[in-house]
Design a protein around this ligand. Sequence first.
Ligand SMILES: [Zn+2]
Length: 279
Amino acid sequence: MSITSTTRPLHVGDIAIMSLSDGHLDIPAAYFSNASDEEIQAVSPTTRFGATCWLIETGSRKVLVDAGSGSWLKERFPETGFITAAGSSLINASNEITDIILTHLHADHIGGLIADGQSLFPNATVHLQNTEWAFWTDENLVEAVPEDKRPIAQLIQTLARPIASQIKLHDGDADLENGIHVTSAPGHTPGHQIVRISSGGEQVMLLGDALVSGVLQFANPDVHYALDSAPETAAETRKTLFSELAAERIPLAATHLESPGFGMLTATGGGGYHFEPLA
Ligand SMILES: [Zn+2]
């Protein structure tokens, strides 16, 4: 069974990375709380986020990075959940997925793992930062968060339960072998992580939600996002990553760029960056 993507895979040495589009989400401009009037105009009244997941094929393993929204966010974001819809090529080959790396536990990244209270990828080991799992599964969490964030926390706890037995936790940097590493990149959530892929002297970085808005945050990495758990930390993480990506000429992709979304960064001075999509 082959898993189809609308785009050609990106090859990094011996590794193939396929971008899978789960759809898109229209995000209100008000979510960028500290943006200037000019920046807000560029994303008003809403800005379209892509919803990209990735399938990494190493020869011996098929590693899914995030799983999209599944059926869980359709009321708010009707154009989501495509990669794990019934009959999709990923679902038809779900038993072949050996590993799943979760950048974090927000529902638009893990909803696709679960339907009818069951894991859709029962054979996969699910890799996650310890901090992320501990934060979201804390039984006191729902009461501790502000009232407007409670539905988000409740949904994540519902989604975490059916995959609990598959989770393999790590702290910070972890070598997942076959050229796949994960690194802690906190701020968007407490235990958010990114994926570093290297093979044959080439590299690619999958940023998850370390960047959410390509329209705003390449040019100004200090723009905050309402769903960041620690916006200042998220901005520091973003700047550190952008600086490395530009200096080392490493291609990147991020969940909410439109698929396939691979590109390179160049520093433009004043702390901003220019994103050039790969041809
Ligand atoms: Zn997201």
